[in-house]
Design a protein around this ligand. Structure first.
Ligand SMILES: [Zn+2]
Length: 95
C-alpha cells in the first residue's frame, strides 16, 4: 500500500476533515487522484471553508504554472513566470 493511500485511509477514519487534512490532500484532489469518498468529503469541506478554498485556488495556480514551466518556453518567459511566482507566492524558485 502506498504512503498516499495510507494517508487517505487515516483521514477517512476521522469524523470530520480538518483544514490541515484538506491542505494535505488538496494537490491530489486537484489532480483527481483521491478515492471517491474522500474527494466528496474534501469537496464538502471546501463548500463551507473559505480558507481552504483560497488554499485550493493557490495550489491550482501553482500546479498550472509548474506544468507550464515544464514545457519548452522561451527563456525570458520562464524567467518572468519564476519571478512572478516568487513574488506573489513568496517562493524562492531558482533558475
Ligand atoms: Zn478548511
Amino acid at each position: 500500500m502506498s504512503e498516499d493511500r495510507e494517508k487517505e485511509i487515516r483521514i477517512l477514519e476521522k469524523q470530520a476533515l480538518e483544514c490541515a487534512d484538506v491542505e494535505e490532500l488538496i494537490s491530489d484532489y486537484i489532480d483527481d487522484e483521491l478515492i471517491v469518498v474522500l474527494k466528496a468529503r474534501v469537496a464538502s469541506h471546501l463548500n463551507h471553508c473559505e480558507k481552504c478554498r483560497e488554499c485550493e485556488e493557490d495550489t491550482r495556480s501553482i500546479i498550472i504554472l509548474a506544468k507550464t514551466l515544464q514545457r519548452p518556453v522561451p527563456q525570458d518567459v520562464r524567467r518572468r513566470l519564476r519571478e512572478k511566482l516568487n513574488q506573489t507566492l513568496g517562493l524562492n524558485l531558482q533558475p
